[in-house]
Design a protein around this ligand. Structure first.
Ligand code: HEC
Length: 208
């Protein structure tokens, strides 16, 4: 290999590595600096005024039984509204989306698949949606609030499940959700803490 070519290869490698590794390292560093702000803001949000209509609709459309502290009521209702009426999390994180014979796309009366609600397992090429229900410690997707905020705003995959492809979550619309107010993200997180823990369906999704 002649010198100029080696130089060029070196430059390309440096550019590729530079765009991936230090980028994510920087974002992670940024996260720890930001984390106390995010933590505090997360606690203050309960005192913000809430659109009571959103809260009401949120409770009406939540497809599963919710368990939460009275102090979190408004956040849980708002979170349900954001997850079930605007965020579309069910589309990708519940597999299959609807109960048998209850698929609105087939003209059937809608019922969301409660058994696997938000438990992940839908595949998109090499990527699989994650289980975002509470783990054994009650943490959605096993993430605490600061981690959840970090994931939703930066897209960094803290579990690094496909480092060879990208350090960023693919398919998942984090560039959209990341633009939400901290309070809205906190509401989504609080709602996800209130839903039942679930596992992905063991059988493949079959369309009716
Ligand atoms: C278009 C499909 C799609 C939608 C809609 C979607 N997600 Fe995702 N989500 C995914 C996929 C796929 C992954 C895993 C991506 C990967 O492995 O690269 C993921 C990953 C995640 C993760 C990372 C979990 C972990 O284990 O670290 C969180 C948190 C998450 N999604 C939350 C949500 C929430 C909350 C909503 C709704 C507001 C939502 N997602 C809507 C497809 C989606």
């Amino acid at each position: 290999m002649s010198r100029p070519v080696v130089g060029l290869v070196g430059l390309v490698v440096a550019l590729v590595v530079g765009s991936l590794v230090p980028g994510s390292a920087r974002l992670l560093a940024q996260s720890s600096a930001e984390s106390s702000v995010v933590e505090q803001e997360g606690d203050r949000v309960r005192t913000y005024p809430t659109d009571t209509q959103e809260v009401k609709i949120g409770f009406r459309i939540a497809p599963v039984r919710l368990t939460f502290n009275a102090a979190d009521r408004e956040l849980v209702g708002l979170g349900s509204y954001l997850v079930n009426a605007t965020g579309g999390c069910n589309d990708c994180h519940t597999n299959p989306n609807y109960a048998p014979g209850r698929n609105p796309f087939m003209g059937q009366p809608e019922r969301i698949n409660r058994d696997n609600y938000l438990a992940g397992g839908a595949t998109f090429g090499p990527f699989t949606s994650r289980n975002i229900t509470p783990d054994a410690e009650g943490k959605p997707a096993g993430l605490d609030w600061v981690e959840f905020h970090h994931v939703m705003t930066t897209g960094i995959d803290l579990k690094a499940l496909h480092p060879a492809i990208s350090p960023f979550l693919q398919v998942m619309p984090w560039p959209v959700y990341g633009k939400m107010k901290t309070r809205d993200l906190r509401a989504i997180y609080t709602y996800l803490k209130a839903i039942p823990s679930a596992s992905p369906a063991t059988t493949m999704a079959t369309e009716p």
